[in-house]
Design a binder for this molecule. Sequence first.
Ligand SMILES: Cc1cc2nc3c(=O)[nH]c(=O)nc-3n(C[C@H](O)[C@H](O)[C@H](O)COP(=O)(O)OP(=O)(O)OC[C@H]3O[C@@H](n4cnc5c(N)ncnc54)[C@H](O)[C@@H]3O)c2cc1C
Length: 538
Amino acid sequence: MVGTRSYWGWGVEEKFMSRNHRENLAYAFASLFGRNTGENFQVDVRDPIDISQIDIPDPRVIPAKSIKDSISRSPQDRISHCRGKSFIDVVRSLHGDFTDVPDLVAYPKTEGQLVDVLDWCYSQDMVVVIYGGGSSVVGGVNCPPRESNKAVLVLDTSRLDEVEQVDRQSRTAEIQAGAYGPQIETQLKSHELTLRHYPQSFEFSTLGGWIATRSGGHYATNRTRIDDFTQSVRIVTPRGTFETSGFPSSGAGLSQNSLVLGSEGIFGVITKAVMRLQDVVRFKETLSVTFGEFSNAVEAARALAQSGLNPSNARLLDETESFQSAGVKDGKSLLIVGFESPVCPVATNMACAREIVETFGGVVQVPVKPSDSTPLPENLSGAESWKSNFMAAPYLRDAIITTGNVAETFETSITWDRFGEFHTQVLGDVRKFLDRECGGGVISCRFTHIYPDGPAPYYTVVAPSSHDDQISTWRAIKEMVSQIIVDKRATISHHHSVGKDHAKWYLDQTSEFVVDSTRLLKNHFDPKGLVNPGVLLG
Ligand SMILES: Cc1cc2nc3c(=O)[nH]c(=O)nc-3n(C[C@H](O)[C@H](O)[C@H](O)COP(=O)(O)OP(=O)(O)OC[C@H]3O[C@@H](n4cnc5c(N)ncnc54)[C@H](O)[C@@H]3O)c2cc1C
């Protein structure tokens, strides 16, 4: 990682937007939202407090000598491990609200040290919050309120960051759970292999976090969720350590990895996993296609998803998103289609995909280049500008937060037959709310993934607000959209997971049998209920 990790917001401080830029942003939003930006207009842009000025209570516990090498009591560590990176997290951190600060932070370097820390916490009745990269946007790493009488330790896995063994023949690697995305890829590079799992949070999230939350990678179809790459997992629980069996595939009994994938840390700490790897991509093509009507673009996306072509990318941006993040004008939607292969040219697949999208009225922006050379540059088109905006988006969200406005995203997946009605209701209800309560605002949609049976729509809402009303405005929109999601039988999360923030809706839409079975497992592995309390099961 190059730079100083931000204690309050996304990424590294050096990449955060300057005050000058944020003032311009605040002004631009005010104009966009129809505010009077005349002579007397003043922007209200806030800056994060200097971390050394933040006042926090002393730790309530003293670590035992046996674990003290793994423990930090420093205010900086405690402040920066207080919570994740959701909208509300960033608002609270920006304003210096660290009332929920943990007592201790542990950085075990070996599994043995990690077991010792967990055992000690258990003996002291301390709450343990498991922390990978801390990029959770659903309250997954948020410390419980300080008023609860239990002391809190945040267990940071980031020092368990090695790719331990690479099996070139089977194309697998044993990787420690605290490795961040770039650390994994750098270590695999010398073997000319890749995990090829790229969530948008790739730079600042870990393998353990991905497995715990069943993260979704950036590729739009086919193998993209971390589940697809996980052969076996090792987990340390208060009850002991266990490992799932590692086979290429097995029909013997229940799927063992399912006990860990998506467990969101409520059973214990994932310490390592054997991951399936891929060869490095050599052939690559991207095509940008515009559509006059979003509904036609949706049909084209469906046809692509059901074609069996499995494009690595198939991002559909509605007219607002295509304008904002790819500069596409005239109210057109943009479908970005990409193919990649480590072994053979992808021109034939691209030609088929092109034929499909043109059937639905899609207009190809830049012609496909022949793919018989290695490697191919991506075509210069809307696709490229979309990609760079995609990586910068988290910094922009935090910048918007400093202006007092609201910027939030909602993601789900739903079957194709229900998508139209669902989409109409989300847009309609949110726009009514924005007009009525905020005096303006914008909602936009993109598909992050497409499956043969349905898309994964992702909505972004930007609403005018003020530093005083930011949280209540955000909460009202979040409640409204989440309820529509559940009512319309979409999932409460396609890839952001459940955490604490989605728990009530997750419980609402999940069978009692599944919830009760998860509770039984929780009681088995963590009988005192000290590990990640409140996560997933509410
Ligand atoms: C800007 C941004 C973009 C994002 N983009 C994506 C995306 O494209 N796809 C996607 O899926 N998600 C995305 N997310 C959400 C988040 O990055 C994922 O949930 C990610 O998998 C979390 O990884 P992490 O290492 O940061 O875990 P953390 O945030 O530290 O933890 C997440 C949960 O997993 C638990 N946990 C973490 N490590 C372990 C472990 N070793 N053992 C057991 N439990 C553990 C934590 O207790 C917590 O409940 C994004 C978030 C942000 C802020």
